[in-house]
Design a protein around this ligand. Structure first.
Ligand code: BES
Ligand code: ZN
Ligand code: ZN
Length: 495
């Protein structure tokens, strides 16, 4: 899909569809909407006064063969209440329009930005929305629909700033394509994406964009005494991998921060001996979503070149109930030296992250972000709307949440008071891998990770309920969302 800036007057562009948006109860059509109305001899305002164009959030009004325009169709997308509108809503509007038109066989369209949104931020949000909405997960279908959007022209942008606008579109494309790269990985069934295959994909991606990469096999993992990761991996015939991806900036300020990105990559989570029920177990192929998130973020950072060095540390394994599997009650010694009583083998994410966090700190990461499909409890707390965001110190978490807001990703701060630490005390080891069963499951899981992050500034994102959606949204296909990638990229660029 091509995305380009067009300066020709939109009324004379012959295209499959002309797209713009209208606000809820826009009292009188203004600006571009008014111009289009004039070109159409007042037909839009009569539609508006009849109540047909209400401007409700993402409501679509399609007019065929609009009089006075050279376009075949006019699509008006509802932008909701103007006081709630932000530039990041353009992502959903542009994405919603693309999915609506694509399903009708449209190949090219023109997107007209309105007066308030003609800067680089708007162009970038629109480009991101388009590329994200264009994502299809039909790799394993033999009867592909083969619908393709060939090109989208953006109209209305400040003519004098063409270069900046084009750069913003390119950046938006890089970010969204990286998000789609992660979504593709998350979609892969576990027989097509074992830990070894994930490592190979990381290597391939790193070579393509010029990142450093190192893969540790099971022997190296054992040499490094990553006992918590090995404990999880021992139940599977597929060996584990530790994937390290490095971005090194051109000019590295000595003594500056080093950002570590740690992502859970359980390529399939059966629960192990504490086996999960059959219902919905197939979904556990997406238990590597955190690792995919970090690979997606690294891919984008390779292009966008932040000033800080960034190291991704991704522990990859299956969680299987094989004959050699770890059993409830087993005690494992993590790389940090801490001993862990494994109460429930299904709480495996925190085990593999423990060793990855320890290793990231050993590599010199001064700041850590981890992402993980860690707990079912986060769905109870926040449903599939917000990512659960934990972290210390609070000011570091707030800085991260500001990035999330800036890029239109919903995240909500979760508590991590000392009282919860009591709940992961073990009778025979240093800590146990589940809480006391008195609720707060997402928080005790976060506390377990904090035992390894210690005093390193750290953010933990529980994406178990948001990494995958069962129902499509107007702007996003059902399936993997790629959530958190944009926030992590924005944060790294600002650090
Ligand atoms: N991978 C799961 C969490 C999960 C659940 C992700 C639903 C996506 C959707 C994780 O490894 C797990 O099984 N967690 C347990 C922890 C419990 C045993 C303490 C859970 O949340 O039930
Ligand atoms: Zn599990
Ligand atoms: Zn899991």
């Amino acid at each position: 899909m091509q995305i380009q800036v067009e300066t020709q007057p939109y009324s004379s562009i012959s295209t499959d569809a002309l797209v713009t948006y209208v606000f809820d109860k826009e009292p009188k059509l203004e600006g571009i909407a008014a111009e289009i109305d004039r070109a159409m001899n007042g037909r839009l305002s009569s539609l508006a006064s009849s109540g047909e164009i209400a401007g409700k959030n993402l409501e679509m009004i399609l007019v065929h063969f609009p009089q006075g325009l050279s376009a075949q169709r006019l699509l008006l997308v509802g932008a909701g209440k103007p006081e709630k509108f932000a530039a990041s809503d353009l992502r959903k509007i542009a994405g919603g329009a693309l999915r609506f038109l694509k399903s009708r066989g449209v190949k090219r369209f023109v997107f007209v930005a309105r007066e308030g949104e003609r800067g680089a931020d708007a162009a970038r949000a629109i480009a991101e929305g388009l590329v994200l909405a264009d994502f299809e997960s039909d790799k394993y279908r033999t009867d592909k629909k083969n619908r393709e959007i060939a090109s989208v022209s953006l109209v209305g942008f400040e003519a004098g700033r063409r270069e900046a606008i084009e750069q913003a579109i390119e950046n938006g494309r890089v970010v969204a394509e990286s998000q789609n790269f992660a979504r593709d990985l998350i979609n892969e069934p576990s027989n097509h994406l074992t830990p070894r295959m994930l490592a190979a994909k990381a290597q391939e991606m790193a070579a393509e964009v010029g990142l450093g990469v190192e893969i540790f096999d099971e022997r190296r993992i054992a040499e490094l005494k990553m006992g918590a990761l090995l404990g999880v991996a021992q139940g599977s015939v597929e060996p584990p991998r530790m994937i390290i991806v490095r971005y090194v900036p051109g000019q590295r300020p000595a003594g500056g921060p080093v950002l570590g990105l740690v992502g859970k990559a359980v390529t399939f989570d059966t629960g192990g001996i504490s086996i999960k029920p059959a219902n919905n177990m197939e979904k556990m192929k997406y238990d590597m979503g955190g690792g995919a998130t970090m690979l997606g973020a690294m891919r984008a950072l390779a292009y966008l070149k932040p000033r800080v060095p960034v190291i991704a540390v991704i522990p990859a394994t299956e969680n299987m109930p094989g004959g050699r599997a770890q059993k409830p009650g087993d005690v494992q010694t993590a790389m940090s030296g801490k001993t862990i009583e494994v109460i429930n083998t299904d709480a495996e994410g925190r085990l593999i992250l423990a060793d990855a966090i320890t290793y990231a700190r050993q590599l010199g990461c001064s700041h850590l972000i981890d992402a993980a499909t860690l707990t079912g409890a986060i769905e109870v707390a926040l449903s599939n709307v917000n990512v659960g965001a934990f972290g210390t110190p609070r000011q570091f978490l707030d800085q991260f949440l500001a990035s999330a807001t800036a890029v239109g990703e919903k995240m909500w701060p979760m508590p991590i008071d000392d009282e919860y630490e009591e709940m992961i005390k073990s009778n025979i080891a240093d800590i146990r891998n589940t809480g006391s069963g008195k609720g707060g499951g997402a928080i005790t899981a976060a506390w377990f990770l904090k035992e390894f992050a210690e005093d390193t500034p750290w953010v933990h994102l529980d994406i178990a309920a948001t990494c995958w959606v069962d129902e499509g949204r107007p702007w996003l296909a059902k399936g993997p969302t790629g959530v958190a990638i944009r926030s992590i990229i924005d944060f790294a660029l600002k650090l």
